[in-house]
Write a protein that binds this ligand. Structure first.
Ligand code: SAH
Length: 246
């Protein structure tokens, strides 16, 4: 049987240490331990977070801290974003059960991640640009914003329920392309489209965001990504070198 890769929980710019402790506890109760904190509040490891982690001190202390979401997602294939707001243009949406099935299935070939946003603002477009789909916990439409750790608890509960089923899912033929590989594809597209005149050099962001959303939605695997890059290189020879941009 294929070894299941870890499912990574990523907390983006969390501001309350207590929430980080509660997340560690929620994760441990459901058997998860891969916790990454992106640019959390200073002093996140404190009396509050320790108290709320309770018996999950090991998960709390093992949390990795990184400065950017890109670094948090290093090595991951499928990346989902938990959002208290739904129906974002261009982003496919799933419920916690679907999300758990997808994460467990993809984790058969490559680590998969789910990202949770800051308490006040949730995730912004810049972070959603790195994600394949949004997970929305269907809540009261008049007040759908759960406490961060309670949102995590619901997701990890569903993941645990899926664990038995996921063992029966065959691993995908080719692993999903991760955010770093996709970024190279987007840069390649941008170069070719600028050179062909299709992309307006004074305002390239809008079209590039739509293209990102399109490809993120399709969940390219590594073979498919290589085919696309090969096509771009054949149409615009020499365009595939990914020079460093300013
Ligand atoms: N005020 C923010 C909500 C932040 S709650 C907003 O309006 O977007 C902190 C995080 O918990 C969110 O970014 C999300 O990751 C998670 N969360 C809260 N409620 C959720 C819900 N109903 N569905 C999915 N994730 C949710």
């Amino acid at each position: 049987m294929t070894a299941v890769q870890p499912i990574r929980l990523v907390l983006f710019e969390t501001t309350h240490p207590g929430n980080i402790g509660s997340v560690a506890r929620a994760m441990k109760t459901m058997g998860f331990s891969d916790l990454v904190l992106v640019n959390p509040v200073a002093e996140w490891l404190c009396t509050d977070s320790r108290a709320l982690a309770s018996g999950a001190q090991d998960v709390l202390h093992a949390a990795r801290v990184v400065p950017t979401l890109e670094e948090a997602l290093d090595g991951c294939g499928l990346v989902l974003a938990a959002s208290a707001r739904h129906r974002r243009i261009g982003c496919p949406e799933m419920n916690p059960r679907e999300c758990a099935a997808e994460l467990m299935g993809q984790a058969l070939s490559r680590p998969a991640a789910i990202v949770f946003g800051p308490e006040r603002s949730g995730l912004a477009n810049e972070q959603l640009d790195l994600c394949n789909a949004i997970v929305y916990i269907p809540a009261n439409p008049a007040y759908s914003s759960l406490n961060l750790s309670q949102a995590v608890q619901i997701i990890v509960y569903e993941l645990r329920q899926q664990q038995v089923l996921a063992r029966e899912v065959p691993p995908p033929e080719s692993p999903l392309a991760g955010p770093a590989q996709l970024e190279l594809l987007y840069q390649h597209f941008e170069r070719v489209l600028l050179a062909s005149g299709f992309l307006n050099p004074t305002n390239p962001r809008h079209l590039m965001r739509r293209l990102r959303r399109l490809f993120n939605r399709t969940r390219l695997d590594e073979n498919e990504l290589n085919i696309l890059r090969g096509i771009l290189s054949s149409l615009a020879p020499g365009s595939g070198d990914n020079p460093k941009r300013d």
